[in-house]
Design a protein. Structure first.
Length: 287
């Protein structure tokens, strides 16, 4: 089992998307690491061969979107086996999945769907996380979702739910700062208090992304579409996250309206400057 102590400090990375693969292979840009979605590479073929060329020069993170850890039914053993095979080939520094569900009756839905935060749900997710970690033989980082509704049956606050999941399974957390901001704006809540409620020792990765703003029936809704630069409010929240969690690996996500690679590198440089300021503040405090 891979634990936090063996996770390297790999700085700031970006999500590797198809339009940028050829440029990255040709230029080997100064980027700390790359994250890929597991399901895009389970079929092998040329895309996996290109990724194996990159892993010689860059640390990788594998981010799953299809395990459906929150499903009431058993996990898809075939999907889990294919993920295990992929991880054995890529040997990524980080492996993560979502606190969500996306499978019912053997049918995969193209959405990461929300969960009611109850004791029953917690036990189901914990069982699935424990089983996944046993099969994959690595520590799984669980990502907090972006939320647009709250179940009436939810009785456990999301940060507390995640903290208890860590305690029961030994998993880590992928703290998506943009998701926290989106959820708190949509449902009401204090994003700083949310960050402060997470178990700091368990956070092994941070995600940053942009979001869309929509007005519907006189109400403003934020949509986590990963299609724009990180907003000033999320950068401010990221600075607080760094002060609380330390300089954990940070990823820039951009999945829709994908810009030139240079734009992503610019966002990564901003995150690097934030991380540097946080480290300088720590050193100043020690001095």
């Amino acid at each position: 089992m891979v634990h936090r102590g063996s996770i390297p400090k790999v700085g700031v990375g970006i999500g590797l998307r198809a339009p940028h693969v050829a440029e990255v292979l040709a230029t080997r840009p100064a980027i700390g690491w790359f994250e890929v979605h597991a399901e895009n590479y389970m079929g092998g073929a040329p895309s996996l061969a290109a990724l194996e060329r990159l892993r010689a020069d860059y640390p990788l993170s594998v981010h799953g979107v299809g395990l459906s850890l929150g499903s009431a039914a058993a996990l898809d053993t075939h999907h889990l086996a294919r993920l295990h095979t992929l991880l054995a080939r890529l040997e990524p520094a980080l492996v993560s999945e979502h606190l969500s569900w996306s499978v019912t009756g053997g049918i995969y839905l193209n959405h990461l769907l929300p969960l009611p935060y109850t004791e029953e749900t917690l036990e189901i997710v914990a069982q699935h996380v424990r089983h996944t970690q046993e099969v994959l033989q690595c520590r799984l980082l669980i990502e907090n979702p972006s939320s647009y509704l709250r179940f009436v049956h939810s009785v456990i606050p999301e940060p507390e739910f995640l903290g208890e999941l860590v305690r029961r399974t030994g998993c880590g957390l992928l703290c998506d700062v943009n998701n926290i901001y989106v959820s708190c704006c949509n449902l009401g809540g204090d994003p700083v208090a949310y960050l402060d409620a997470l178990p700091a020792h368990a956070v092994g990765e941070i995600h940053l992304a942009g979001h869309a703003v929509h007005d519907a029936d006189g109400q403003t809704i934020l949509i986590d579409d990963h299609g724009a630069p990180v907003t000033d409010a999320v950068w401010t929240l990221y600075a607080h996250a760094l002060a609380r969690f330390g300089p954990v690996p940070t990823l820039i996500e951009w999945d829709t309206n994908i810009p030139e690679l240079a734009v992503l590198r610019g966002e990564a440089h901003t995150a690097e400057r934030c991380m540097q300021r946080a480290e300088e503040a720590v050193y100043a405090g020690v001095a």
